[in-house]
Design a protein around this ligand. Structure first.
Ligand SMILES: NC(=O)c1ccc[n+]([C@@H]2O[C@H](COP(=O)([O-])OP(=O)(O)OC[C@H]3O[C@@H](n4cnc5c(N)ncnc54)[C@H](O)[C@@H]3O)[C@@H](O)[C@H]2O)c1
Length: 254
C-alpha cells in the first residue's frame, strides 16, 4: 500500500514534465493519491503534460494574482474531489529585472510581483483550499535556502526568505485545524523557472561539487519524495519545518 493511499491532493505548478510539481504529482499517484492539478497561462500545454501522468489528472486554471481564481478554487476542486488531504504550492516567478545581479536597481513594481506570486500566494492558496482541507492534512511549498545571499538569485531570494517566514505563520494559524505546513528546500534543478534566471549556470557549476551526497540537476525525484513524505501520515507532529533536499549543501561552509 502506498503512503498516500486514499488521499486527495491538489498540485499547483505543473508547466513541463521537468517541473518539480510534475514529479510530485506522478509520485503522489504512484503512492495511491488522487490528484488534481492547477495550471497557469498555457493551459493546453499543462493539459498535455497532465496526460503523461500514470492517471490523467484534471487541470484547473489558477493565476495566484487573480482573486476570482482564488475565490472559486475550492468550489472548482470540489467538482472533482470531496475534500483535500494535501496541497502542494510549487509556484514561483520574478520579473527579469529582479534577477541576475540587478538587485540595487529593481523597481518596486517588479519586486511586488515577485513577492505576490512567490510568497503571498502560499498564504492565498492555503486559505483558498481551507474549506476543503481535512484534519491531519498538509500544505507543502517549494523553497530555495534563504538563509544566505546567493549570486544572481536577488529578489527571488528575498521572496523565498518571506516564504520561509510565511510558512511558520501559516503553521501557527492552521495548527488549530490540525493542518501541517512545511517547506522543502531543493537544490538547483533544470526547470523552466530555473532557466529563466540569468546566471543560473553558477549554481549548476558549483552545487554538485559542494554537495556531500553529490547533486543531479536533472533529477526532481528526491525533492518529490520529500513533498510526498510530508503529505503522508509519517510526519504527524512536524509543522513550520524546512526539509533540505540539496545533497547537503546547506550544512557545509565554503
Ligand atoms: N528549479 C529549481 O532550481 C528550484 C529550486 C528550489 C525551489 N524551486 C521552487 O520550486 C517551485 C517550482 O518551480 P520549478 O523549478 O518546478 O519550475 P517550473 O517553471 O516548472 O514551475 C514554476 C511554476 O510557477 C507557475 N506560476 C508562475 N506564475 C504563476 C501565477 N501567477 N499563478 C500560478 N502559477 C504561476 C508556472 O506556471 C509554473 O508552473 C518554485 O517555487 C521554485 O522557486 C525551484
Amino acid at each position: 500500500m502506498g503512503i498516500l493511499e486514499g488521499k486527495r491532493i491538489l498540485v499547483t505548478g505543473v508547466l513541463t514534465d521537468a517541473s518539480i510539481a510534475f514529479s510530485v504529482a506522478k509520485l503522489a499517484q504512484e503512492e495511491g493519491a488522487t490528484v488534481v492539478l492547477t495550471g497557469f497561462g498555457r493551459l493546453s500545454l499543462v493539459e498535455r503534460i497532465a496526460k503523461r501522468l500514470p492517471e490523467p489528472a484534471p487541470v484547473l486554471e489558477l493565476d495566484v494574482q487573480n482573486t476570482d481564481h482564488l475565490d472559486t478554487l475550492a468550489d472548482r476542486v470540489g467538482e472533482h474531489l470531496d475534500g483535500l488531504d494535501g496541497v502542494v504550492h510549487s509556484i514561483g516567478f520574478a520579473p527579469q529585472t529582479a534577477l541576475g545581479g540587478n538587485f540595487l536597481n529593481t523597481p518596486w513594481d517588479d519586486v511586488a510581483t515577485a513577492l505576490q506570486v512567490s510568497t503571498y500566494s502560499f498564504k492565498s492558496l492555503a486559505v483558498a483550499c481551507l474549506p476543503l482541507m481535512k484534519e491531519g492534512g498538509a500544505v507543502v511549498g517549494l523553497d530555495f535556502d534563504a538563509s544566505k545571499a546567493w549570486p544572481v538569485y536577488d529578489w527571488m531570494g528575498v521572496a523565498k526568505a518571506g516564504l520561509e517566514s510565511c510558512s511558520r505563520y501559516l503553521a501557527r494559524d492552521l495548527g488549530k485545524h490540525n493542518i501541517r505546513v512545511n517547506l522543502v528546500a531543493a537544490g538547483p534543478l533544470r526547470t523552466m523557472a530555473a532557466k529563466s534566471i540569468p546566471g543560473f549556470q553558477e549554481f549548476e557549476d558549483s552545487w554538485p561539487e559542494k554537495a556531500p551526497l553529490g547533486w543531479d540537476l536533472a533529477d526532481t525525484l528526491p525533492t518529490a519524495k520529500a513533498c510526498v513524505a510530508l503529505m503522508s501520515d509519517w510526519f504527524p507532529a512536524t509543522t513550520g519545518e524546512i526539509v533540505h533536499v540539496d545533497g547537503g549543501v546547506h550544512a557545509i561552509g565554503s
